[in-house]
Each structure stands twice: as structure tokens, then as C-alpha cells.
Design a protein around this ligand. Sequence first.
Ligand code: HEC
Ligand code: HEC
Ligand code: HEC
Ligand code: HEC
Ligand code: HEC
Length: 219
Amino acid sequence: MSLLFKPWTNTAFRVALVALALALGGGVIAGPMLYVRSPLYTQQQDPIDQPVQFDHRHHVGDEGIDCRYCHFTVEKGPFAGIPPTSVCLNCHSQVWNKSPKLAPVRESFFADRPIVWNKVNKLPHFVYFNHSIHVAKGVGCVTCHGRIDQMAAVEKWAPLTMGWCLDCHREPERFLRPREEVVSMTWKAGGDKEQFALGARLKQEYDVHTRTNCTTCHR
Ligand code: HEC
Ligand code: HEC
Ligand code: HEC
Ligand code: HEC
Ligand code: HEC
């Protein structure tokens, strides 16, 4: 039996459907606007190749190593930083010291050449950001980076758009946590009501301001 519809009609039908949906939904504007907000455009969840398959699940989840052991400038400076090879060798001169997966790490150490990791989270040059103030004022890593302890390879978790920053800067009490819990991946205040009450209290205690002036982030 010959095909009732030729294969191309299928495509034509889909195109027509999408065009219709766009026209009805005011999609001429909404389409592109939705696109710039979609993970596709903000490159969230894109897998990024790394020179070594470093897995946070083993190191943070199983071994329970504190984020600050490796990202040791996160409380003091603008950058959290990626640990130098010597930090890896603190353990890997002993454990898994024959693993082929760690060959580039040993090479880097003996040749005294840093491993070149690819950046996952990256703001444009005209934006000023500083880790230390966020950590000091009780904003947790998980609030901006997601469940790092469950990622085989780190993904960009938040969109890092201006709207996203401002969403918190306008009303930080929705996100603040006790300073002792900044690196915890699982801490929760309870429900929304508890978060708001605690957040409002911490906002006073830590002297947190709502900062929406352009010069906060563009200087
Ligand atoms: C044993 C060392 C170690 C520990 C502990 C560790 N990290 Fe990392 N982290 C790394 C290395 C190495 C990289 C770079 C490779 C990569 O992206 O996976 C990295 C990358 C990252 C990145 C992505 C950086 C970018 O390019 O944007 C984030 C975010 C991050 N770590 C957060 C955390 C958080 C949060 C914790 C604690 C829950 C943590 N890390 C614990 C070593 C560590
Ligand atoms: C505090 C100790 C410690 C530090 C520091 C550490 N690791 Fe590890 N790493 C481990 C342990 C323990 C394992 C085995 C975990 C498992 O299999 O559950 C491991 C496993 C690995 C593996 C997998 C090896 C294999 O053959 O499966 C890689 C790759 C690795 N680490 C890379 C790194 C890199 C890169 C750094 C530095 C940024 C680093 N590690 C720092 C303790 C550490
Ligand atoms: C308020 C949101 C926010 C919080 C909280 C936060 N980060 Fe980040 N992080 C970012 C942004 C934004 C970048 C990209 C910075 C850039 O490109 O200049 C980043 C980048 C990184 C990087 C890449 C290296 C660097 O310094 O640029 C690492 C590693 C990292 N963060 C780890 C952490 C850890 C560990 C914590 C918790 C102790 C943490 N971050 C808390 C937003 C945050
Ligand atoms: C989840 C909440 C949250 C998010 C998301 C967040 N911030 Fe903040 N930010 C804060 C808090 C809280 C402070 C401390 C405000 C204070 O008390 O001065 C702060 C302070 C700052 C400061 C320091 C202001 C100063 O005058 O020293 C800069 C710069 C900044 N944030 C930039 C950013 C940028 C850029 C982004 C987005 C990429 C961002 N923040 C996302 C909560 C957040
Ligand atoms: C809390 C931090 C923060 C504040 C406050 C802030 N911005 Fe931004 N802005 C960002 C970030 C992050 C980006 C880059 C990501 C993006 O384009 O959304 C950005 C991007 C921009 C861009 C470039 C947009 C583009 O499409 O490339 C302009 C223009 C801008 N901001 C203007 C302003 C003005 C004007 C104000 C004050 C009314 C302001 N910003 C306040 C964080 C901030």
C-alpha cells in the first residue's frame, strides 16, 4: 500500500502547528523571550569536558570533604578558586596512586604545570561578584550551585542572569541560613514560613542590606 501521507507532510504539519501556537500566544515576542530564559540559552546543565574526571560525589558525598578544604579562598576573597594539584596529592600520593584516571594529576605535579580546568560558571567581565561577602552573610553554596554533592561532573545550575541575582538581592531573607551551615548541601529551615522567620532574624543579626543599586554589581 502506498503511503497515505508523504513523510514531508508530517514536518509541514508540525511547522504549521508551531506557527499557529506562536501566532495565538503572541509568540512573536514571547518565543524569543522564553528562549533567552531557557536553560538552552543560559547553558545550564551543559556537560563540560575536563582534563581529569573529578567527581564531587566521591569527594564530597562519600568522603565528606569540606568544600573549603579545596576551595580555600571562598571565605576570604572574591574567588572560590580551584585547588592546586598539590592539594590532590595530599591524598593521592597514598590513595589510588596507581589509578590511570589520576595520570594527568601526577603529570601535572611532577612537571610543575597546573591542570587547566574548564570554567563552568562564568559571569561577563562587566559584572562584579564576590564570594566572601555572600558566605559571610549566610548564603549557602547550594543556593547558587545546587547539589554539587550529587553531580558526577559539575554543571552550571543557576542561570546567573541579572534577574536571578536581583531576585535574591531584593529579598535576601528568603535564602539566608546560619553561617555554620553555608557549605551544607542538605540544610533546610523547614517550610517557607520557617525560612522567612529565620531569614528575617538573620538579616538583622548579620546586618544584611537589600542591594539593588547598579553600582553594586557594575563598577
Ligand atoms: C577534593 C577537592 C574538592 C572538594 C572537597 C570540593 N571541590 Fe569543587 N571543585 C574541585 C575541582 C578540582 C573542580 C574543577 C573541576 C570541576 O569542575 O569538576 C571543582 C569545581 C567546582 C565548581 C565549578 C567551578 C566552575 O568552573 O564554575 C563548583 C561550583 C564547586 N566545585 C563547588 C564545590 C562545593 C559547593 C563543594 C562542597 C560541597 C566542593 N566544590 C568541594 C575540587 C573540590
Ligand atoms: C582528602 C582526600 C582527597 C583529596 C584531597 C582528593 N581526593 Fe580524589 N579521591 C579520594 C578518595 C578516597 C577516592 C576514592 C573514592 C571512591 O572511589 O569512593 C578518590 C578518587 C578520585 C578519583 C577516581 C580514581 C579512580 O580510579 O576511580 C579521581 C580521578 C580523583 N580522586 C581526583 C582527585 C583530584 C583531581 C583531586 C584534587 C583536586 C583530588 N582527587 C583530591 C580522596 C581525595
Ligand atoms: C550568591 C551566589 C553564590 C554563592 C553563595 C556561591 N557561589 Fe560560587 N560562584 C558563583 C558565581 C556567580 C560564580 C562565577 C563567578 C565569575 O565568573 O566571576 C561562581 C564560581 C565558583 C567557582 C569557580 C571558581 C571561581 O572562584 O570563580 C567555584 C569553585 C565556586 N563558585 C565554589 C563555591 C563554593 C564552595 C561556595 C560555598 C562556600 C560558593 N561557590 C558559593 C555564585 C555563588
Ligand atoms: C541567594 C541570594 C543571593 C544571590 C543569588 C546573589 N546575591 Fe549578591 N549578595 C547577597 C547578600 C545577602 C549580600 C550581602 C548584602 C549586604 O549585607 O551587604 C550580597 C552582596 C553582594 C555584593 C557585595 C555588595 C557590596 O556593596 O559589597 C555583590 C557585588 C553581589 N552581591 C553581587 C551579586 C551578583 C553579581 C549576583 C548574581 C550573579 C549575586 N550577587 C547573587 C545575596 C545574593
Ligand atoms: C545584583 C547584581 C546586579 C545589579 C544590582 C545590577 N546588575 Fe546589571 N547585570 C548583572 C549580571 C549578572 C549581568 C549579566 C547577565 C545578564 O545579562 O543577565 C548584568 C547585565 C547587565 C547589562 C547587559 C545586558 C545584556 O543584555 O548584556 C546591563 C545593560 C545592565 N546589567 C544594567 C544594569 C543597570 C542599569 C542596573 C541598575 C538599575 C543593574 N544592571 C543592576 C547583575 C546586576
